[in-house]
Design a protein around this ligand. Structure first.
Ligand SMILES: [Zn+2]
Ligand SMILES: [Zn+2]
Length: 449
């Protein structure tokens, strides 16, 4: 009988690591970093784990069977694969810890995003996947891992190249949603996935259940409209923050900037990310790429200058195309600019000197843990010091509870496993009646299918 063991994503948002064994085939669905576990002990940049043993000793990570570098090949038979749903850290980062001979299956877009993150981030043992062996799968094209047939379905989420999977086990189809939403701009992708899942009458569905309490309800179109209003009304500069990998949000903000006639100024890292995505063939794209040639897109150089090779390369690339704008230029013409302000870039306010009437928009999730709340308090001090009111505009990257209830009622799995949730028990109660049995898995406990 196929067996599932959940080593992450249990009573927590993210950190998914789901072990599946079916006869001779053994694999992991996702290999995420668990921020909730890790933040109990560590805080960047000074209090960080030294190596994988620290994570194991503190119980942040379980000794996952047949997966890690420390187990010498020959002593154990390594698992057949790690299958990644998408390139968010809480699903992908810990492929850095696995034995380099174990293949990592992922979509082309996820590979490009991981490469782009690796090229622009400080590497540690927790995000160094230079030795991993990657195997790319294509949307909608079946492939096999060991004896297991896998169907990958592109789904809509806040990062391009996200997938759900249907795995054809010896006991019947098993569905894994990864992270997804049904209210996003590519809801049509999820429709195809759900239709196929419903046809197959799966023996089990492993679903994310992130949203339970007051998720933000705006969709990208509404966010765009509200941004246009703010951009048009502000006589000064507009500052904006959003998740670095949320590609659809770049597009939403850019479209609002175009309508309002503001130049959208990115960090070099964001420009690098867009350029990396531009190179992905359109067949692997969920949506058309954003071109850095867009007349409204520009980038700035941080006040510390360019330190890394990729920064110099990106600066030169953009400078040649007249796409680097100086802080002096922005300061002199504030009403013409929309400036991407991450927390790292708060000191740029000292150079920008926002004029009265300027404002700030947070176009990303509200702080959801203690560390983020601390950062948010610090950010508020910066904004207050420059007389900048702040607005919050966001739509959820994850399926909403009522959408999830409808989706599960439609698929009617025999068993439903709820993961990637801080309130799986409450969600199980809300979803009662939609599946044969609803399971709130315990970490490390085996479940037979
Ligand atoms: Zn996630
Ligand atoms: Zn995600």
């Amino acid at each position: 009988m196929p067996k599932l063991i959940f080593y992450g994503g249990v009573n927590e948002v993210g950190g998914n690591k789901v072990f599946l064994e079916d006869q001779d085939t053994r694999l992991y669905l996702d290999m995420g970093k668990s921020y909730s576990q890790r933040n109990r002990f560590f805080k960047e940049p000074f209090l960080t784990p030294r190596d994988q043993n620290d994570l194991l000793e503190l119980g942040i990570l379980d000794p996952l069977p047949d997966l890690f570098r420390m187990q010498a090949p020959g002593q154990v038979r390594p698992v057949d694969a790690v299958l990644l749903s998408h390139a968010h850290s809480d699903h992908a980062d810990y492929i850095s810890l696995i034995h380099p001979l174990i293949p990592v299956y992922l979509g082309e877009m996820s590979k490009v995003i991981l490469d782009s993150v690796a090229a622009t981030s400080f590497r540690t043992f927790e995000n160094n996947w230079s030795e991993n062996q990657f195997r790319l799968f294509q949307p909608g094209q079946h492939f096999t891992i060991g004896k297991l047939e896998v169907e990958p379905f592109p789904v809509d989420h806040a990062i391009p190249g996200s997938f759900a999977f249907i795995l054809h086990t010896t006991a019947g189809p098993l569905v894994y949603t990864g992270d997804f939403r049904l209210h996003g701009p590519r809801a049509d992708l999820c429709e195809t996935f759900l239709q196929r899942a419903a046809e197959l009458k799966p023996i089990a569905l492993i679903s994310e259940a992130t949203n339970f309490c007051q998720p933000p309800l705006l969709v990208e179109e509404e966010i765009q409209g509200k941004l246009e209003g703010l951009f048009t009304a502000s006589p000064g500069i507009v500052l904006i923050s959003f998740w670095f990998r949320d590609f659809e949000r770049y597009r939403t903000i850019l479209q609002a900037a175009q309508t309002a006639g503001r130049k959208f100024v990115l960090s070099l890292k964001q420009a690098y990310f867009l350029r990396a995505l531009e190179r992905v063939p359109s067949s692997a794209q969920g949506a058309s790429p954003i071109s850095l040639e867009d007349p409204f897109l520009f980038a700035f150089v941080r006040r510390r200058g360019c330190v890394y090779g990729w920064e110099l390369e990106m600066r030169d690339y953009l400078a040649k195309r007249g796409k680097i704008v100086s802080i002096d230029q922005i300061r002199a013409n504030q009403s013409h600019y929309l400036f991407s302000l991450s927390d790292f870039d708060l000191p740029e306010l000292l150079r920008l000197k926002p004029q009265p009437g300027s404002l700030y928009v947070r176009a990303m999730s509200e702080p959801f843990n203690g560390e983020m709340e601390e950062e948010s308090d610090r950010q508020a001090n910066w904004l207050d010091a420059f007389g900048l009111p702040s607005y919050f505009l966001h739509g959820s990257a994850h399926v909403l509870p009522h959408e999830l209830r409808q989706a599960i009622a439609r698929v009617q799995p025999k068993k439903l496993f709820l993961i990637h949730s801080e309130k799986p028990e409450a969600m199980a109660r809300y979803l009662t009646g939609t599946a044969g049995e609803i399971v709130v898995p315990a970490r490390g406990h085996p479940y037979e299918l």
